[in-house]
Design a protein. Structure first.
Length: 281
């Protein structure tokens, strides 16, 4: 088996993984990113389909916060075009600008049960949030069977959270939309969403590399301390020795890679497993 040495390994070339890797590389750590897909971006990327550039998964990139801060910190260009109005729906001949307080009008146009849905938002603003187990379709709008309402929730979950409506807990959905400024400053990359990730990838490659189509198959530890990662690259297993691993593959996949027993023990401060959320995009 081929063995290589590096300062840090990031598993997953999605938004969280690329942001983490860019910060590590910029800070001087030689960083290798591995991903089982043949493109960067994870659930918010871009493909060429019959000559057209088509975004897949999440499409909206939110400005502000730690995401924009990361680009500024590492010196990457965040090429985003912001629409005006930011978010609108055309329903029954009326253009509803959601960014200017149009949520009530939007839902009122859709269903007589809108007031019950809005009560959920009011409760959320007051801090009365549902637990984390229920998705929006059962947690935030349980009183309506209106197909348009469900379609909008599905659309928002896909465009912003890069997941299906039944994958996102109602608590997360309501927390986001009741936060000040949520879904107001966002835009789209003219090169497709992958253009944003390519900007971060260029930073990573200054002091590391990105191995695509390279699944991680095992995280190696000893006495609760990470020692490396084994990946499969071009059909061959490669052992990457490192004492810093960040996993953006999700909790279940990460536990499977490291072994459940490892996560039941106190871990060294150098064994980092980061579960970064999809871009609020």
């Amino acid at each position: 088996m081929t063995v290589v040495q590096t300062d840090a390994v990031v598993i997953g070339a999605g938004a969280g993984g690329l942001c983490a890797a860019a910060r590590l590389a910029h800070a001087g750590l030689h960083t290798i990113v591995v991903d089982d897909k043949d493109r960067v971006g994870g659930r918010a990327s871009t493909e060429e389909i019959e000559g057209f550039t088509v975004n897949i998964g999440a499409i909206a990139i939110e400005l502000g916060g730690v995401f924009e801060e990361t680009f500024n910190t590492v010196g990457a260009k965040l090429d985003i075009r912001t629409p005006e109005p930011a978010s609108s729906f055309f329903i029954d001949g009326k253009l509803i600008d959601v960014g200017r307080g149009g949520w009530s009008l939007l839902l009122g146009q859709l269903t007589k049960q809108a007031s019950r849905i809005l009560e959920k938002f009011a409760d959320a603003r007051a801090g009365n949030l549902p637990d984390g187990r229920h998705p929006p379709k059962t947690g935030s709008n349980p009183t309506t069977s209106n197909a348009s309402v469900h379609a909008i929730f599905r659309n928002l979950c896909a465009a912003i959270f890069a997941c299906n409506a039944d994958e996102l807990p109602a608590r997360a959905f309501l927390t986001y939309f009741t936060s000040k400024g949520a879904f107001k400053r966002f835009g789209f990359c003219p090169q497709g969403t992958i253009g944003v990730w390519n900007a971060l990838a260029s930073v990573i490659k200054r002091n590391g590399d990105i191995w695509l189509a390279t699944p991680a198959v095992e995280i190696h530890t000893i006495d609760g301390r990470v020692e490396g990662v084994t990946v499969v690259r071009d059909g061959q297993k490669i052992r990457i020795n490192t004492d810093l691993v960040i996993s953006n593959a999700g909790p279940k996949a990460t536990v499977a890679l490291g072994g459940e027993a490892v996560f039941l023990k106190p871990m060294s401060s150098r064994y980092a497993t980061g579960f970064a959320p999809p871009p609020t995009s």
